[in-house]
Design a protein around this ligand. Sequence first.
Ligand SMILES: Cc1cc2nc3c(=O)[nH]c(=O)nc-3n(C[C@H](O)[C@H](O)[C@H](O)COP(=O)(O)O)c2cc1C
Length: 222
Amino acid sequence: MIIDPADLDRREANGLINGLVTPRPIAWISSLAPDGARNLAPFSFFGAFSFDPPIIGVGPGSRRAVNKDSLRNIKATGEFVVNLVDRSLAERANASSAEFEPDVDEWLVAGVTPAVSDSVAPPRVQESPASLECRVSQIIELGTAAQPSNNLVVAWVVRVHVADAALDGLAPRPEVLDLVGRLGGDEWCTTRDRFTLPRPTGRDPSALATPSRSSHRIGLPR
Ligand SMILES: Cc1cc2nc3c(=O)[nH]c(=O)nc-3n(C[C@H](O)[C@H](O)[C@H](O)COP(=O)(O)O)c2cc1C
């Protein structure tokens, strides 16, 4: 089947793109309004685009043509924190995605603890296995005035927090981080089923890399 996305309505396009571009990591974004009101919400239009300089991108949208609070705060202050979500935090991150009245504090809904950030004003989630303090580089409007859509927020990572146990030297340990991702619809996934493929050297183009012995599956109750 070949699909022209222009033929799809918003719901269909959402289901198709979100169900195909998977798994997506989750940025649980902490931001502050100019008056200091704190905000916390998850976003899976999220990725890393460069490590030198360290740059991430995130795609918060609008609802009913009004910017979501996170986007409004990021535009106004230029700062936010991406908190990474492990399996133990998935339900709490999800709970914070509901459309609340502006006076509801999502930190209380999620039941997580604000910890002081090192170089930006928004707090980070203390329970997250890792958090990235971010400063905006540029914001690209992906919609039009007639049809507002997501914005692509491109940001420098100015500080990285990682739980000591999740690091082997400076190498993150995926089995300790236990991060989750988003699939289509309401489906999520863990990072517990991993395999290793050594990078090809280019010296033997016909050699097909085979999974190494370190491939494994961690059995967990479903
Ligand atoms: C796992 C997950 C991922 C999400 N990803 C996005 C996203 O990438 N972009 C977006 O606009 N909304 C996304 N949402 C919805 C927002 O979290 C939701 O609209 C939230 O209420 C926005 O909060 P805010 O208005 O406080 O910024 C996602 C929700 C969940 C549960």
